[in-house]
Design a protein around this ligand. Structure first.
Ligand code: SAM
Length: 221
């Protein structure tokens, strides 16, 4: 039976679930292995950690993260996505004792406060509009443990002509104003306004995808 998507104003990808795994490596220009390795090293994973992957799609990166975890020691990663078909595909191909998937909207998580050691999100925030970006960061802040790390990889202010071209073309071809918000550079201030430490940009790939790291302060300022 088909898994039901949850209601959201975000741009979900139910329609692309069957082909997403073919296109994702193309979007990463074949460098997904290197990029995934970098994301994982930035998460400072311990094998007993509980990790959340927000907007996980078919769970490619979620599964890579899970290889650093030990379910016997309580370690697991949960990938969430609002699109039922994405989660259905993820469960079929990638679910294990240390790699779980749930249908959920990032702006309305059902997890308890302080329940994850770290949070990862890749190529998700350009799928939701500004008010949902704010809510999703507020939810990420709520469910992350104090001192926990958050790593975000997403479209940001382009740094090269190629990056500028690909950002603006995709914003207009896909009719996606949410991309316009990202390329205007809204993410760092939204992250900070949610209560996280000022995010650092670790690097920018292809002139348009930046990796941010931040931490939830031990005590809120
Ligand atoms: C481009 S995909 C990224 C998938 C994966 N993280 C990756 O890097 O390949 C963006 C995902 O966000 C999901 N999405 C859109 N709005 C959402 C929301 N409000 N909450 C959770 N997921 C959402 C879409 O269904 C889609 O699977």
């Amino acid at each position: 039976m088909d898994l039901k998507s949850v209601p959201t104003r975000g741009r979900t990808l139910d329609y692309a679930a069957g082909i997403y795994d073919i296109f994702e490596p193309m979007l990463m220009f074949g460098r997904e292995g290197e990029i995934n390795e970098q994301l994982i090293s930035l998460l400072d994973i311990q094998d007993f950690h509980r990790i959340l992957d927000i907007g996980c799609g078919t769970g490619v990166i979620t599964q890579v993260v899970s290889t650093a975890l030990n379910s016997e020691k309580g370690g697991f990663v949960t990938g969430i996505d609002a699109a039922g078909k994405m989660i259905q595909g993820a469960r079929k191909k990638r679910e294990s004792r240390r790699c779980k998937f749930e249908v959920a909207a990032a702006e309305d998580l059902k997890f308890e406060d302080n329940s994850f050691d770290s949070i990862l999100s890749t190529l998700f925030f350009h799928h939701i509009q500004l008010d949902l970006k704010e809510k999703a960061f507020a939810e990420a802040f709520r469910v992350l443990k104090p001192g926990g790390k958050m790593v975000i990889s997403d479209m940001h202010i382009p740094t090269t002509f190629f990056g500028w071209l690909i950002s603006h073309v995709s914003r207009w071809i896909l009719f996606q104003p949410q991309i316009g918000e990202n390329i205007r550079g809204v993410l760092p201030s939204l992250i900070e306004e949610a209560g996280f430490e000022k995010p650092k940009i670790v690097c920018t790939y292809f002139g348009y995808i930046s990796i941010f790291t931040t931490t939830k302060p031990i005590s809120r300022p």
